[in-house]
Design a protein around this ligand. Structure first.
Ligand SMILES: [Zn+2]
Ligand SMILES: [Zn+2]
Length: 945
């Protein structure tokens, strides 16, 4: 049980480090006592156990480091160097790491390394080498291809799943080698044969260059930095927010920083297992903590992290970079040294906005619908420096004016500004110095002060907080726009309208939506306290339930939000061109329908103003759902548990140690290596088996082993096998139209078949009998939409199999979108072609389809008795009774499979249509309405006085 002395110690250590099941010392002592009472051998005493844990932490974990900020606050930071080193030395994680940017052209695009952001770095700032069995080829160094052609690689890049180098060519002339200035050739990494050190040896350090001045430095500085090891670059987005350390309502403010390793695929980063705690403090502000973390990051540029690569089984070194700062909007504003939502200029990313006299004019209002002149870190630094210099004169007003006019304000700079103002005032009241003399004296003092004068994030190489704070959809869309939309609805409703909506919402068919069961009455009752998941459900379903309850402008807004939401939650963008055309229209529609409803919102709400930057963010960072902060918010629950059980004397240190300890356990159990007595070792076999064989532990550690269902697999009833067997003649499949020939199946009238309950679609979702699906049928050009009514498999097969027959009730899809919903409408097919049978592999994907209650005039009816505590009560539940089973709408607001459905259907059915052709005119009208409204408000206010 290495590194443990025995099994019981190992199990105790695991028990003590489960993220979601934190135990107090008292509980833990009780367990030790229990084990002793049962005469279990080898049970350690509590103190001995803690001592063993602390030794183990020194061997294969890490110790939090103390840090004092320039404002004098103490806190502890977990070393992110160790954290990244553990990723490399963990075989379960290291195998997924990606190091090179990838060219995907027009798509599909799903990962951050396929987007623009990585490509903005100089190739030398990304992973600069390609290593084949420890032979490294660096960019900027001459190397020989297998064809003996010398080339100088300039950048490594993935194309069509293979690694390429874009190279400058070298011409071999009788007088020597000449580097060709223009023209870049692309070569497969596999073509590289001899690297620079070997080549240089071959020529005894004298490669015959014709023009030595044109030759870059060889060997590359980076090769020297790596000291012979492989050298990689890892991108670490840093997340920050304030989190309550209590579970109760009493707020116990902590500012936390977490990180992820974004060289891992997005689907993994949606798991808690991959979130790394960095630091927490009830005292130190975000920027003070960032100062500590950015120092750790910058240090790796001179002194890369040394670690062991569990894939290559070779030591390697790693440089860290910060590509982005995910967080909610107020936090991101702070990280940009921007004043936030209360400023006149509300956008942290551009200089849009201003006083109402400007934004209320036609042109000023129109401008808020487009991205303004971008802010940059350099601009922000210069404004802050001006503020600091103004403070040396001792007058506050010009500083405040500058802050209002630019929206630039910074917590750390403000500390200095306040100090300088005080100093300056003190000097002017106690001495006879002139303003200029005071300024001189104070500026001398100021430049002698150690430490940072302003936000440390403004000076991290390769990072620009103004650009690299991508718009985050949980807070901006769900808790932003969707919340406004919801408020506009329920705010105007009377009780019976609320009831009608709740009833309709409750009757939503949630199959194909991938949402938890809807509790409509609860949502209506607590309508002002809904959370992200509620808005996620509302955004996808509201449009079907509001007929008769809203005006035209509200309906437009609901529709606009629904189509924007579906685009933003797509995890893989199939075609960038069409995606951005749709996205631009969808964003414009949300803003333009808001103009109709409440133009002042456009001026007041930062969350609406940042929407226009989504396009740039998605181009640079990939699909928006990939950098949603939902997973960090989930991780806060783990933090809270640690905080509650901390000793509260040194919360920052205590919590950081606990997290380090949990990371250590995950590392040991999943086969991670650590350095001990001169070699890299991992836990013994007995320990490693545990994680793979004990589902109990997998659950607790947040470990999700990959389970992919392959397309076409049918699930059948596991019990009563015999009862479910029927002969071919009695199946519906025998009587319907066959869309695809299934030659291999014997369909003699007497052949025996078994009914299935589910079938896995081509994209991996589970479709049940009654589910709506898109199917491909040979001979029909367009995909067919239908409702599964029967799944049969032949009895000769075992429990599951992939050669089933699926019969769907076919529905005709309209050739034009429904005029009200802007979605495809589905109408029951005529008698003859109503049933269509396809092979189970032809089920393309699950989709959400809702009854067209608007046209059907569906009403509420008593349906069944309510169940409480698993028993039927006498309380009657009402539900919507659909008036027919013939007319439906394919729900394009559904997030699940949104990308697949858009890819499968004809473009004219799914393209987002602009609400207003002449947007300028529309904005001018809204601005004029705004001015009239404001004038009326002023008059009313005056009349009151
Ligand atoms: Zn902006
Ligand atoms: Zn209906």
């Amino acid at each position: 049980y290495s590194p443990y002395p025995n099994k019981v110690t190992m199990l105790l250590d695991i028990l003590d480090n489960l993220p979601r099941l934190r135990m107090s010392s008292a509980q833990f002592k009780l367990i030790l006592w229990l084990l002793e009472q049962c005469n279990i051998p080898g049970v350690p005493s509590f103190d001995a156990f803690r001592k063993f844990q602390s030794e183990l932490r020194k061997r294969c974990g890490s110790e939090p480091q103390p840090f004092t900020s320039m404002l004098g606050n103490h806190f502890h930071v977990n070393n992110i160097r160790d954290s990244v080193a553990r990723d490399f030395s963990n075989p379960e994680i290291a195998q997924h790491l990606r190091f090179y940017p990838e060219d995907v052209g027009q798509g599909p695009l799903s990962e951050v390394w396929q987007a623009q952001r990585w490509k903005e770095f100089d190739p030398s700032e990304l992973t600069p080498m390609y290593s084949r069995h420890g032979v490294q080829f660096y960019i900027g160094e001459v190397a020989l291809l297998r064809s003996q052609q010398p080339v100088i690689p300039q950048a490594w890049v993935m194309r069509q799943g293979q690694l390429y180098a874009d190279c400058k060519t070298v011409t071999v002339l009788p007088e020597g080698w000449r580097i060709n200035v223009d023209g870049v050739e692309s070569h497969l990494a596999d073509e590289f044969s001899i690297n620079y050190p070997t080549l240089s040896l071959r020529y005894s350090d004298k490669i015959p260059w014709t023009d030595i001045l044109s030759v870059p430095q060889m060997p590359s500085k980076l090769r020297e930095l790596a000291g012979g090891d492989d050298l990689y670059v890892v991108m670490c987005p840093l997340w920050c927010d304030d989190v309550s350390g209590n579970q109760s309502k009493q707020y116990n403010k902590h500012i936390n920083i977490y990180m992820v390793n974004s060289n891992l695929p997005g689907r993994l980063l949606q798991q808690e297992y991959f979130v790394r705690f960095v630091s927490t403090s009830p005292h130190a502000s975000a920027l003070e903590q960032f100062a500590a973390v950015t120092e750790q990051v910058k240090e790796t540029h001179q002194n890369p992290v040394r670690c062991f690569n569990a894939v290559t089984h070779r030591p390697c070194r790693v440089i860290l970079r910060i590509p982005s700062l995910p967080a909610d909007n107020p936090q991101q504003s702070e990280e940009c040294s921007h004043m936030g939502g209360n400023a006149n200029l509300k956008c942290r990313k551009c200089k849009n906005g201003g006083p109402l006299e400007e934004t209320g004019t036609d042109s000023g209002y129109h401008a808020l619908h487009f991205a303004g002149e971008p802010r940059t870190a350099e601009y922000t630094r210069s404004i802050l420096l001006r503020q600091i210099h103004l403070a040396m004169y001792g007058v506050e007003k010009p500083i405040k004016d500058l802050q209002t006019a630019t929206g630039v304000k910074d917590k750390i700079a403000q500390h200095w500004i306040d100090t300088l103002l005080e100093k300056s005032r003190h000097l002017s009241s106690t001495t006879n110095l002139t303003h200029e003399q005071i300024y001189e004296q104070i500026s001398v003092w100021f430049y002698e002060q150690p430490g940072q004068w302003m936000n440390p994030l403004l000076s991290v190489p390769g990072l620009d907080p103004c650009r690299d704070t991508p718009v985050e959809i949980l807070h901006t869309i769900l808790l932003g726009v969707a919340k406004y939309v919801w408020w506009f609805l329920h705010n105007g409703w009377k009780e019976n309208e609320q009831n009608i909506f709740a009833l309709r919402l409750q009757s939503t068919d949630i199959d194909g939506l991938n949402v938890p069961p809807i509790r409509a009455a609860y949502m209506m009752q607590y309508r002002n306290n809904l959370i992200g998941k509620h808005f996620k459900t509302l955004m996808q379903t509201m449009v079907f339930h509001v007929h008769g309850l809203v005006n035209h402008a509200q309906f437009n807004l609901i529709k606009s939000l629904g189509s924007l939401g579906a685009l933003l939650w797509i995890p893989e963008i199939n075609n960038l061109d069409t995606y951005f055309i749709d996205l631009r229209v969808a964003i414009a529609n949300v803003l333009d329908s808001m103009d109709d409803l409440e133009p002042s919102k456009i001026i007041q709400k930062m969350k609406l103003q940042v929407l226009i930057h989504l396009e740039e963010d998605i181009r640079r960072f990939g699909p928006a759902v990939r950098y949603s902060t939902e997973i960090f918010e989930c991780f806060n629950a783990v933090f809270r548990l640690c905080s509650i059980l901390s000793n509260h004397l040194a919360p920052s240190r205590d919590i950081a140690t606990k997290f380090a300890s949990m990371d250590r356990i995950k590392h040991i159990l999943s086969g991670g290596y650590w350095y001990e007595d001169g070699s890299w070792v991992c836990a013994s076999k007995n320990v490693l088996q545990l994680l793979h064989e004990e589902p109990v532990l997998q659950n607790h550690l947040g470990w999700a082993p990959a389970c992919e269902r392959s397309a076409g697999i049918c699930g059948i009833h596991s019990s009563n096998h015999l009862l479910m067997i029927v002969v071919w003649e009695t199946t519906r499949a025998s009587k319907s139209v066959w869309a695809t020939p299934e030659d291999l199946l014997s369909t003699s009238p007497e052949s025996k078949w078994r009914f299935g309950v589910s079938v896995t679609s081509n994209v991996g979702d589970l479709c049940k009998v009654g589910s709506w699906v898109l199917v491909s049928a040979s001979g029909v050009q367009q995909v067919v939409a239908g409702r599964i009514c029967e799944i049969v498999v032949q009895t000769s097969s075992i429990r599951v199999q992939d050669r089933g027959l699926v019969t769907v009730e076919q529905f005709y899809m309209s050739s034009e979108p429904h005029p009200e919903f802007d979605m495809p409408s589905l109408r029951r097919a005529d008698q003859h072609s109503q049933y269509l049978t396809v092979g189970s592999k032809d089920i393309l994907c699950l989709c959400s389809v809702q009854h067209n209650c608007r046209a059907g005039g569906c009403m509420a009816q008593a349906s069944h008795n309510e169940r409480q505590e698993r028993q039927e009560t006498t309380r009657v539940v009402h539900a919507i009774q659909h008036s027919d089973d013939d007319q439906f709408i394919l729900n394009l607001h559904a997030l699940h499979n949104a990308g697949h459905i858009r890819k499968l259907l004809p473009r004219n059915l799914v393209a987002v249509k602009p609400l207003y052709a002449d947007r300028k005119l529309h904005h001018c009208m809204a601005a004029s309405k705004l001015r009239t409204d404001n004038a009326q408000k002023r008059e009313k206010a005056q009349a009151k006085r």
